[in-house]
Design a protein around this ligand. Sequence first.
Ligand SMILES: C[S@@+](CC[C@H](N)C(=O)[O-])C[C@H]1O[C@@H](n2cnc3c(N)ncnc32)[C@H](O)[C@@H]1O
Length: 375
Amino acid sequence: MNKQAVQKVKLFCGGMQSRFLENKDLFIEVSGSYQSGTVSYPFSILFEGETYVLTFQKETIRGAFDTVFSHLIEQANLYDILTLTYADRTGRLMLRADNKNVSTKSDNQVAEVSKGEEKHIISPKAANKLLRVLDFVSENGKLKNTHVRKFTQAEHFIELLVPYLKKLPQDREITVYDLACGKSYLSFFLNFYLCDVMKRRCRIIGVDIREDVVEASKKIRDELKYYNMDFYCADILEFTPPTRMDVAISLHACDVATDFAIAVAVNNGAQIAAIAPCCHKEFLDTIKTEEMPYFTENGIFKKRFSDLLTDIYRVKTLEEQGYAVVATEFVSPLETPKNLLILAEKTKNASPKGEATRAIKRAFHVDPILDKLIF
Ligand SMILES: C[S@@+](CC[C@H](N)C(=O)[O-])C[C@H]1O[C@@H](n2cnc3c(N)ncnc32)[C@H](O)[C@@H]1O
């Protein structure tokens, strides 16, 4: 290839470098080939740790951007044609160069749902690799019966959250914390939706007290190369978030761990909190009401009323903290009885009065832990 063509390839590589630096965690690979006559010589560049790795003609070159791409550009002098594709999770940049012409193209491949998948918001076809790594699909690529429920829960949770996410600033990365993330299915699906469907720059951080699930999540992250995700083993109450918390999500954090998640969201100024509570035990020992003793006389009514009151108390607390709250069922009760989703968006400053929460405590003789966690 002549000097002018190689010079243009160099410029294109500079553009790739800027895009990489902006979107490092979303990088997939650079691939392409040189061609001489009818013979083509493929190459690829991956990013491992903090090093670029160029594989070409049984040779492997490791190093910083300049080292690896200088080599790539030098080689271009020796061949007739160079084709090159830079791929990250937001799209692709493509180049084809020969002595006569250097053309570039870019595309933005959105992982849309295709025909026959309309009931989904995450396309099982487009998300096939993710589903395989999570072990949600069988050999034939179909969702396993045992995993349909988890997938549906994650999809519906995300579907209800998306309108709130769209209101967040578009010009910067957003950070989502999954509090009591477990094996982090929800986070992995949300990451897919944000990066591959919405083309949104994001960082997702999962926190769980169990080391085994945190290690399992890290393994899945590495296999998927989802480097915009991090996982920490910690009690969510003792965890210091390393970044701003734009969004806090929590799916089925056991008993009062849901209150921990709400408190962590409020104390860290999360703009959005999406919380699906799990089992409730906290009020059972003390709940009673002089006005309406019938509510708590019968065991099962006492249990159900106590569950309801716990979630009402959570919603009222969030409102008093300046959040506009919607409580809704995110899946059918046939999927899971734990189907309540509390969606909260910070719209104003906290009100110091706390009238509703004080009235609940007085009327029902409860002493919610949530009160002691918010500061
Ligand atoms: C029922 S699992 C739900 C996991 C995940 N969110 C999901 O929906 O698959 C509850 C998780 O909460 C975690 N957990 C409970 N208390 C916690 C705490 N104080 N800090 C961090 N994680 C906690 C448990 O270790 C467990 O992984």
